[in-house]
Design a protein around this ligand. Structure first.
Ligand code: UD1
Ligand code: CA
Length: 455
C-alpha cells in the first residue's frame, strides 16, 4: 500500500464559465488553471495524480498527456460521485487520498503539506482545508459544535440564513483515510439538486464518531475556486500579485507593480527594473541589470544581461547582452539580436539573425535575413523578402553599410565591408568591399564612368 495518492476532480460541466473551452484549461497568468494545481501537488510531493474527467475531455487529455492517470465520470452527478469513480483504481492500494478540486489554482504546496501532516498526526479519517472571509460566496460553510469540532459542511444552496452567516468555508482540498472513504462514499444520497456532494462525507464521519481535522489558511486567496469568469479574474489578480512579490523579493525593481503583468513561468534576473505598463508573458526570461518598459510586451522571449527595451514588442525573440530596443520596435518570432546591437524607432524584424554591434536605428523592415556583425542599416531600409509566392533570404555580411532607404530584393547577398548607396535597389549580390548605387543598384565605379553614347 502506498501512503498517499492525489485525485483531482475535473469532470464538472463548468457551465458557469459559459465557454466552449473546458474550465480547467482557461489560463491564469498564462498557464491553464489545472497546471497550477498539478504544480502545487508536485511541489507537495504528489506526482502522477489521478484526474477524474468527463467522457468528452479530449482537449484536457491532450494537454496533460501521460503526466497523470485518468478515470472517467460518465455524467456529472456531483463531487462525491466523481471521487467514487476512482474507487476501483485506488481501494486497497492507497492508504490516504488527497482530493483537490481542479478549479483552485492558488493552493500553495505548503498548505497541502500542512493538511497531509495534520491529517496523519491527528489520525483523522477526514481532513479539510478551510479559510475565512472569502470575497465571494458560493463556498460550503463549515459547521462546528460548541467545542469547535467540525460537524458538517453545508452547501450554500442548502444553507439556512443562519448557516449562510458562517464565515469559515470549505476550500475544496481534502485528505481521506481510504478505509472509511470508500465505504462512506457508497452511503451518500443525492442532494435535492440531484448531485452527490463529497462534502456530505463530513456528516458521515462525524456521525460515526471518526476524527475530522481542519487546517485553516490565513490567506483566503489560497482557495479561490474558479466557477465564473469573475472568479477567474479574481484568481488572476491574486496570482499576479504573488508573482510580482516573488520577483521583487528576488531583487527585481518595479516602479508601479500594479501595472506590471508577469506570467507564472517568467524568470527575471536581479537588479533588473520593470517599468510601468509592461507585460512579460509565456516563458520569457530577462537577464540581470535590464530595463524593460515602460509600455512593452515580451512574449516568450529571451533577453540577455544589461538590455533595454522601451515601448516595444518582442515575440519569440532573443536579445543577447547589452541590446537596446525601441521605442516602438517590433521583434517578431525568430529574431535573434547579437550583443551590443541597437534596434531603434519603428524597426520590424522577423526570422532574422543579427551579429554583434549592429545598428538599425530608424524605420526599417528586416525579414528572413542573416546579418553579420557591426553592420549599419540605414533609415528606411527594407528586405523585400516576398516575391508574391515565396519568401527568400537576405545575407548582409560583417561591417557592411546599408545606405538609407536601400531596398534589398531577396535572395541577395551584400558582402563583407560592402556598401549600398541611399535609395539603391539591390537586385544582385554585392561583392565584398564594393559599393553599389542606383536603381537597379550597380557598382559605383562602373556607373560613375559613363560610357560615351554610340552615335
Ligand atoms: C465545491 C464544494 C464546496 C467548496 C468549493 C470550493 C461540493 C459539493 N462543494 O463547490 O463546499 O466550498 O467546492 O471551491 O463539493 N466535479 C466533478 N464532477 C462533478 C461535479 C464536479 O468532477 O460531477 C469537479 C469540478 O470539475 C470541479 C470540482 O469538482 O473541479 C468542484 O466542483 P464545483 O461544481 O466547482 O463545486 P463548487 O460548487 O465550487
Ligand atoms: Ca468550484
Amino acid at each position: 500500500m502506498s501512503a498517499w495518492r492525489a485525485v483531482i476532480l475535473a469532470a464538472g460541466a463548468g457551465t458557469r464559465m459559459r465557454s466552449a473551452t473546458p474550465k480547467v484549461l482557461h489560463p491564469v497568468c498564462g498557464v491553464p488553471l489545472i497546471k497550477h494545481v498539478l504544480a502545487s501537488l508536485h511541489d507537495a510531493g504528489l506526482d502522477q495524480p489521478l484526474v477524474v474527467v468527463s467522457p468528452d475531455a479530449d482537449a484536457l487529455r491532450d494537454y496533460l498527456g501521460d503526466t497523470v492517470d485518468y478515470v472517467v465520470q460518465t455524467s456529472p452527478l456531483g463531487t462525491g460521485h466523481a471521487l467514487a469513480c476512482a474507487r476501483e483504481l485506488l481501494e486497497d492500494k492507497i492508504e490516504n487520498v488527497l482530493v483537490i478540486n481542479a478549479d483552485c489554482p492558488l493552493v500553495p504546496a505548503g498548505a497541502i503539506q500542512r493538511l497531509m501532516a495534520c491529517h496523519q498526526e491527528s489520525n483523522a479519517e477526514l481532513s479539510v482545508m478551510t479559510t475565512s472571509d472569502v470575497e465571494d460566496a458560493g463556498y460550503g460553510r463549515i459547521a462546528r459544535d460548541a467545542s469547535g469540532n467540525l460537524t458538517a459542511i453545508i452547501e450554500e444552496r442548502e444553507a439556512s440564513s443562519e448557516q449562510l452567516a458562517i464565515t469559515e468555508v470549505n476550500g475544496g482540498v481534502y485528505a481521506f483515510q481510504s478505509k472509511s472513504l470508500w465505504p462512506g462514499l457508497a452511503t451518500l444520497k443525492p442532494s435535492p439538486k440531484g448531485e452527490v456532494y463529497l462534502t456530505d462525507m463530513f456528516d458521515v464521519v462525524h456521525r460515526g464518531q471518526g476524527i475530522v481535522a481542519t487546517v485553516t489558511t490565513d490567506d483566503s486567496n489560497d482557495v479561490i475556486g474558479v466557477n465564473t469568469r469573475v472568479d477567474l479574474a479574481q484568481a488572476e489578480a491574486a496570482m499576479r500579485e504573488r508573482i510580482r512579490i516573488r520577483h521583487m523579493l528576488n531583487g527585481v525593481t518595479m516602479i508601479d507593480p500594479s501595472s506590471v503583468y508577469i506570467d507564472s513561468d517568467v524568470r527575471i534576473g536581479k537588479d533588473s527594473t520593470i517599468h510601468p505598463n509592461t507585460h512579460l508573458l509565456g516563458d520569457t526570461q530577462v537577464g540581470e541589470d535590464c530595463h524593460i518598459g515602460p509600455n512593452s510586451v515580451l512574449q516568450s522571449s529571451t533577453v540577455g544581461q544589461g538590455c533595454k527595451v522601451v515601448a516595444s514588442m518582442l515575440e519569440n525573440a532573443t536579445l543577447e547582452a547589452g541590446v537596446d530596443v525601441g521605442p516602438f520596435a517590433h521583434l517578431r518570432p525568430g529574431s535573434h539580436i547579437g550583443e551590443g546591437s541597437h534596434i531603434g524607432n519603428y524597426v520590424e524584424i522577423k526570422k532574422s539573425t543579427f551579429g554583434h554591434d549592429v545598428k538599425a536605428g530608424h524605420f526599417s523592415y528586416i525579414g528572413d535575413a542573416d546579418v553579420g556583425s557591426k553592420v549599419n542599416i540605414g533609415a528606411g531600409s527594407v528586405t523585400a523578402n516576398y516575391d508574391g509566392s515565396e519568401k527568400h533570404r537576405t545575407t548582409i555580411e560583417d561591417n557592411a553599410f546599408i545606405g538609407s532607404s536601400t531596398m534589398l530584393i531577396a535572395p541577395v547577398r551584400v558582402g563583407k565591408d560592402a556598401a549600398t548607396g541611399a535609395g539603391s535597389v539591390v537586385t544582385k549580390d554585392v561583392a565584398a568591399g564594393k559599393t553599389v548605387v542606383g536603381v537597379p543598384a550597380k557598382p559605383q565605379d562602373k556607373t560613375s564612368k559613363k560610357k560615351p553614347k554610340k552615335t
